[in-house]
Design a protein around this ligand. Structure first.
Ligand code: UFG
Length: 329
């Protein structure tokens, strides 16, 4: 019998897209989310328990009562600038809570653990392209909090028969192509979301943070991956671990990037309007260029992206913003 999957943070942006795909293939799911940034209505399948990942009594009860044998751990604080302003929040939410969860996993004998990590663990890799064996050198508290969590998971896997898949996300964007869920975070700071909000008049202007980077147009370059393609990776990772695959760390991106100006141009193209753009100084903690080498994930998980197209990413993001706007009216 296949047991239940615990999805922490399953009411959040990325977690809810993974829950959707797990539910579509009829997995048994329990979501644990404190709804601090997530939304109950984003959980399309499974059961939602409202609570904290750091609440060990609660987590122990969930693991036992739902017969959980696999954990997907999304719950975290994820905003780079906020992590610089409030590092304690990041070490509490991301490191301490993950450690509490791992303690419960050890006690319950969890077999498979899939972890949401980040390209921010690399900092600024030489040449702007990161392979999984590029030395980690995070340049902000968010990246450091995730790297510490990676180490904790690795150490527990060495000590027990738990196996893990650490997924290092690059820049996740877009929304469910069927329009049911999307990026709803209040006060989001992500480029594509804000650019869409500006296009729709929800926000009055888009600031470009830095126009003097050593890139072709002077603005920073990122590897934007559609959230649905990223969600699919999690199912492949779970299958891989269930089939006995060894613990691994994999980059999640497309292997090519776009500058801030290219993203703005895509939003203008898809929406058919000009954005109100202001050039500003660099934002603290931002690397100039961050792109994934994706050879490993394509080979190991046989992953084939379905939505590797900037205009597709932008059009799903824009459709979701339109839906949110309609809901507010
Ligand atoms: N940017 C702007 N204006 C904005 C927002 C962003 O110019 O209003 C720029 C940023 O300076 C950066 C780029 O757009 O150069 C992307 O910024 P985001 O805030 O969208 O994303 P980040 O690259 O800062 O961080 C995201 C996730 C992290 C993850 C990282 C990995 O938030 O969790 O991608 O690359 F670690």
């Amino acid at each position: 019998m296949v047991n239940t999957v615990l999805v922490t943070g399953g009411a959040g942006y990325i977690g809810s897209h993974v829950v959707k795909l797990l539910g579509e293939r009829k997995e048994r799911i329990v979501v644990l989310d404190n709804l601090s940034t997530g939304f109950a209505e984003s959980v399309l399948y499974g059961e939602l328990v409202v609570g904290d990942v750091g609440d060990q009594a609660l987590v122990e009860r969930i693991l036992r009562e739902y017969e959980v044998d696999s954990v997907m751990h999304f719950a975290a604080a994820t905003i780079v600038p906020e992590s610089i302003a409030d590092p304690v929040k990041y070490y509490t939410n991301n490191v301490c809570a993950s450690n509490a969860l791992l303690g419960c996993c050890r006690q319950a004998g969890i077999k498979q653990f899939v972890f949401s990590s980040t390209a921010a663990v690399y900092g600024q890799p030489a040449g702007g392209i990161a392979t999984e064996d590029t030395p980690e050198n995070p340049i902000n508290p968010y990246g450091r909090s995730k790297l510490i969590s990676e180490w904790m998971i690795g150490d527990l896997c060495s000590a027990t028969d738990m196996r893990s898949m650490i997924l290092r996300y690059f820049n996740v964007a877009g929304s469910d192509p069927e329009g049911r869920i999307g990026q709803s975070t209040i006060d989001a700071t992500l480029l594509i979301k804000i650019a869409c909000e500006v296009a729709l008049g929800k926000v009055d202007r888009l600031q470009i943070f830095g126009t003097d980077y050593p890139t072709p147009d002077g603005t920073a370059i990122r590897d934007y991956i559609h959230v649905n393609d990223l969600a699919t990776i999690h199912l492949l990772a779970l299958d891989y671990l269930r089939e006995g695959g060894a613990s691994s760390t994999l980059n999640c991106g497309y292997g090519h990037g776009y500058s801030v100006r290219q993203v703005i141009a895509a939003v203008e193209r898809v929406h058919g309007s000009r954005l109100n753009v202001v050039e500003s100084s660099r934002r603290a903690g931002d690397p100039p260029n961050l792109i994934a080498n994706t050879d490993a994930i394509r080979k190991q998980l046989h992953w084939h992206p379905q939505l590797d197209d900037l205009d597709t990413i932008v059009s799903t993001a824009l459709a979701w913003e339109e839906k949110l706007l309609a809901g507010m009216e």
